[in-house]
Structures are given as structure tokens and as C-alpha cells.
Ligand binder design. Structure first.
Ligand SMILES: *Cc1c(COP(=O)(O)O)cnc(C)c1O
Length: 392
């Protein structure tokens, strides 16, 4: 095989962009330089480490304010946020839920927890997320409407929601997607797990539908150790989300009355304490990540065979994970490039295995997934921690 990507040049360019000669550079490492210790110690000293305490309320208020949401409900992880988000949006057993195949497995797992069936649609190369145009023409062919209800003509099942995912932090075209959703009577539930700090047309991702989910896992732009949040744009749904994630207990001084099947999904106070300190630093993380992306863009310009993925139009991305895209001539060098980068201490990863190829999702309905197929063979994520890039 004659190689078209000069990997030593590529490694040099990445090293210049990150301003680091450390022998191992992780893909995405957390940074705890704010008041994390102070807040966590406060939990330990007061004994409020678990399901009660001031940091949960404070964290939820900070999140609602930052994202411009009516309410934010902190939960144990992003998958749980998505699960409850789908549930309170009316996703029911036997429904089909539209989602991208190019996503992390949590998206389809949460749909499955509701007894619903993922229905895979393609992404576009501008956003790496759901292609609204393709979705619109696909739905016009495969669905029939009964009043405001949308049914898959082939399977006979109702289609109840669309779950776009903002890949690596890059927003999908939410205005267009919201139009498609309302045309077919579908709920828009954003998997905004990767996009805290990303905005579309000046509005925070995760606020375009009534309900969305974000994640604070250790590798995300900010972390609570493990954690997530449901963002809600409707007062009543917000109350329900809080109730159902806290075992659906009816407030009473001593009686244990629970008025529906609830979930023990509440974020512990000690994790929320970490969250408050991290969220205080989010603007700092975002500034550094934009700088790192700019360094990558400049330094990778001269490297043949690869393109650095930049934020889509009308968007301000958090650049959670920086991404290289190989071209048609170089895509068969992907594993070689991955090997070289990892061997040289630059932790790099391919995109996820497309979800429709996983054993449990192979039989799910789907459209042609040409762009997802193409992108998944060509993408490489490169080191993206916020302390890289040379800004002090
Ligand atoms: C991280 C992530 C989630 C949620 O993950 P948790 O680990 O449960 O917090 C969901 N969807 C996507 C696309 C993610 O990247």
C-alpha cells in the first residue's frame, strides 16, 4: 500500500497544535482547578453526601440559567436523563423513535428502556448529525398520518419522537429539524449529552424541544464524576421529571406514599458539589477548547489526505472532541493512522461502531445510511482536553 498520509508530519502538526510534548496525551482528561475540593469537603463535613443537600438545588439552578431552560433536573447519568426525557415526552412501548446510527449506544439503549424501537436515519457531512432534508423526504414516503399521529406504513407502528444527537458537540440544524418534527407530529428530544456549551442560532442546544438530556460523565466537557441532567422547557414536565426521578414520593412528614412507578435517578449531593465547581469554570473550558480547535485547524491545513472538522454554520460549538476526517483516497489508512498516533502517545479513537450494526439493533428499521457509513470509516478523534493548546 502506498501511503498518502505522511503520519510523521501529521504527528508533528498535532504536537504543535496541542503545545505539549508529554509522552502520553489522553483523548479527554478532566480539569479540577476551581472550587471542587472546597465544595466536596463541605459535603463530607456537613454529612450531606447523598440524596439531600444544597448543591443539587444550586447545580440545577445554575444549569437552568446557563442553558436558558425553564428547569434542569440533575440525575445519575446522561443515559438516565435520556430515559426519563423520552418517558415524559410520551414515548410508549411499541413506538418507533427516530435517531442517528452514528451515536453512542446510550441513545438507543434509552429508547429501548422505554420499550420503544430505534429507527435509524442518516446524518449529513456538515453537522455529523441527523440530515433533516433526508429525514423529511424519507418520512413523506414511509409514514401515514392519522390526525396528528404518525405511523410507519411498513411496520404499522406509531413513530413518536426524533432524537438528534450533537456529535462531538457540533449542533445539528435544529430549526429545520424542529419544522420536520412539527410537520409529522413528532416530539423533538435532543441527546445533548456532548453539547453543553454549544449554541445554535444563539440558543443553547437542548432547548429546542420541550425536553433534552445532557451528560457529565468523566470524559465530557465538564464532569460530576458520573451524572447527567434533563433540561425541560415546560413547568409541568419539569415537576414530573423531578418527581419521577426521585422515586415519585408524595411529600409527607413521615408516610411513604409513592403515586407511580418512580426511579431512583437523583444525582447525589457530592456529585452535584463537583458539578457546581465545574460549571463555574465552563466559560474557561470553552475558551480553551475553541483555541485548541483553532490551533488544530491552522496546523492541519497543510496535511494531505485529512481535513479538520470545523463547526457548522450558524453554530457555536463547544468542540468537545476534535475530529479528523480522512478523504476517499486515504480512508483505508485509518487504522494505520490510529496506530501511529497511539504509538506516539497521542490517544486517538475511531468513531463508534454504527448502532445498526450492533447485534441488538440489527433488526431495527432504517433508511439508507450512506453518509453514516462513509463518515464512520473516516473519522478519527484526537486529543481534546481543555488544558491543551497553549493558552495559559
Ligand atoms: C455520553 C453520552 C451519553 C450519556 O452517557 P452517560 O455515560 O450515561 O452519562 C448519551 N449519549 C451520547 C451521544 C453520549 O456521548
Amino acid at each position: 500500500m502506498s501511503e498518502k498520509i505522511d503520519t510523521s508530519k501529521l504527528i508533528g502538526a498535532i504536537r504543535s497544535a496541542i503545545h505539549s510534548d508529554k509522552s502520553f496525551v489522553g483523548l479527554h482528561e478532566p480539569v479540577f482547578q476551581g472550587r471542587e475540593k472546597e465544595y466536596v469537603v463541605d459535603c463530607l463535613e456537613t454529612g450531606w453526601v447523598s440524596s439531600v443537600g444544597k448543591y443539587v438545588d444550586r447545580f440545577e439552578q445554575m444549569l437552568a440559567e446557563y442553558t436558558g431552560s425553564v428547569r434542569a433536573i440533575a440525575v445519575v447519568n446522561g443515559t438516565a436523563a435520556l430515559h426519563i426525557g423520552l418517558l415524559i415526552s410520551g414515548v410508549r412501548p411499541g413506538d418507533e423513535v427516530i435517531c442517528p446510527s452514528l451515536s453512542f449506544v446510550a441513545t438507543t439503549n434509552a429508547i429501548t428502556y422505554c420499550g420503544a424501537i430505534p429507527h435509524f436515519v442518516d446524518v449529513d457531512e456538515i453537522t455529523l448529525g441527523i440530515d433533516w432534508g433526508k429525514l423529511d423526504s424519507y418520512l413523506s414516503e414511509i409514514v401515514r398520518m392519522e390526525g396528528k399521529r404518525c405511523y410507519n406504513k411498513v411496520t404499522g407502528r406509531p413513530i413518536s419522537a426524533v432524537v438528534p444527537m450533537h456529535t462531538f458537540g457540533h449542533p445539528v440544524q435544529l430549526d429545520k429539524l424542529a419544522e420536520v418534527c412539527s410537520k409529522y407530529g413528532l416530539e423533538l428530544i435532543e441527546d445533548a449529552a456532548e453539547s453543553l456549551g454549544s449554541f445554535y442560532q444563539g440558543k443553547h442546544t437542548g432547548t429546542f424541544g420541550k425536553v433534552s438530556a445532557i451528560s457529565f460523565n468523566g470524559n465530557k466537557i465538564m464532569t460530576t464524576g458520573g451524572g447527567g441532567a434533563i433540561l425541560v422547557q415546560d413547568e409541568e414536565l419539569g415537576k414530573w421529571a423531578k418527581h419521577i426521578t426521585t422515586t415519585a414520593k408524595v411529600p409527607h412528614r413521615w408516610e411513604f406514599i409513592h403515586d407511580q412507578v418512580g426511579y431512583n435517578y437523583r444525582l447525589p449531593n457530592i456529585n452535584a458539589a463537583l458539578g457546581c465547581a465545574q460549571l463555574e469554570q465552563l466559560p474557561y473550558f470553552l475558551e480553551r477548547k475553541r483555541n485548541l480547535a483553532e490551533q488544530y485547524r491552522k496546523n492541519l491545513q497543510g496535511i494531505d489526505g485529512v481535513t479538520f472538522f470545523s463547526e457548522p454554520p450558524e453554530s457555536r460549538s463547544n468542540y468537545w472532541l476534535n475530529t479528523l476526517i480522512l478523504n476517499a483516497e486515504t480512508q483505508n489508512e485509518r487504522d494505520h493512522v490510529l496506530e501511529q498516533l497511539n504509538d506516539n502517545g497521542l490517544m486517538s479513537r475511531p468513531a463508534w461502531t454504527l448502532l445498526h450494526k450492533l447485534a441488538m439493533y440489527q433488526e431495527c428499521p432504517r433508511m439508507e445510511l450512506n453518509t453514516s457509513d462513509k463518515l464512520s470509516k473516516r473519522m478519527i478523534n484526537i486529543p481534546s482536553s481543555s488544558f491543551l493548546g497553549g493558552l495559559e
